[in-house]
Ligand binder design. Structure first.
Ligand code: PEP
Length: 268
């Protein structure tokens, strides 16, 4: 499979989920050794919100020349403040040092009942606060078996870029999309590069239809679902794959660094 040089940035992102408190976060950054990366490659980590401050202070102490690592939060509430025990707002995340927020991760959708309507409110909140949304979409195994891949991806995407959504804001950007087939998250099952290319192709075409070709082509689409050092290179080489969103394999500094290294010379 060949891939022409991407005009979009390549993002290597890690979602730590409910792992790594402040002490483990400090240890992670002390252990992290990343090779020199091409200028278009960006690193991004989503620690638990309670560990953002530790991540930020470790990053400030890294030696000169260490590749920059952006930080994000795994979830936000759409209200800026209020009587919402246990929630955090996009504004708070921004002032704590986050530049990105995950929205619509399948664990939020499946375990916490996050709806398509919620994803619209959350994406709107990220823009209000100056955060970059990373919207996760993906089908379950059952939906895939029923042949509903395109229908599910279009529905999840249309919630935010359709007529009722935030088409203008998203067309102007920045906006990041992550294709995360639910059957491949935390299961060890990985989409093949052809599976990823098919889904990313559907998403790219739909972005173009809704936002216009130029705006649609500018949006990076990450692949997520059991990405490991051993399969990162071939996934990154697949057409329309502009980076990876990594769960389990981003928890160890060494494996995250190996995945980042795979972006240096993806197969093509
Ligand atoms: C994720 O949670 O976004 C994810 C892709 O997890 P994993 O890499 O562990 O499948």
């Amino acid at each position: 499979m060949t891939k022409s040089a991407p005009a979009r940035p390549i993002l290597i992102a890690g979602n730590w989920k409910m792992n790594h408190g402040p002490a483990e976060t400090r240890a992670f950054f002390r252990d992290l050794r990343v090779p020199e990366l091409p200028s278009g490659v960006q690193l991004l980590l989503f620690p638990p919100a309670l560990s953002l401050a530790a991540a930020r202070s470790e990053l400030e102490q890294r030696p000169e020349g260490f590749p920059p690592v952006s930080l994000g939060v795994q979830n936000i509430h759409w209200e800026p403040a209020g009587a919402l025990t246990g929630e955090l707002s996009a504004e708070m995340a921004r002032s704590a040092g986050a530049s990105h927020a995950l929205v619509g991760h399948s664990e939020r959708r499946q375990l916490f009942g996050e709806s398509d309507e919620d994803t619209v409110r959350k994406v709107a909140a990220t823009y209000r606060a100056g955060l970059i949304p990373v919207l996760c979409v993906g089908e379950t195994l059952e939906e895939r078996r029923k042949g509903s891949l395109a229908r599910v991806l279009h529905r999840q995407l249309d919630a935010v870029i359709g007529p009722e959504g935030l088409r203008t804001e998203i067309a102007t950007g920045p906006f990041v999309l992550a294709y995360e087939p639910v059957w491949a998250i935390g299961t060890g099952e990985t989409a093949t590069p052809d599976d990823a290319a098919e889904a990313h192709g559907l998403l790219r075409a739909h972005l173009g239809e809704r936002l216009g070709r130029t705006a649609g082509d500018g949006i990076p689409i990450l692949y997520g679902g059991s990405v490991k050092p051993k399969n990162a290179r071939e996934l990154l080489a697949a057409p329309e794959v502009d980076g990876v969103l990594v769960g389990g394999a981003s928890l160890e500094a060494e494996s995250f660094a190996q995945i980042a290294a795979a972006s240096v010379s993806p197969q093509g």
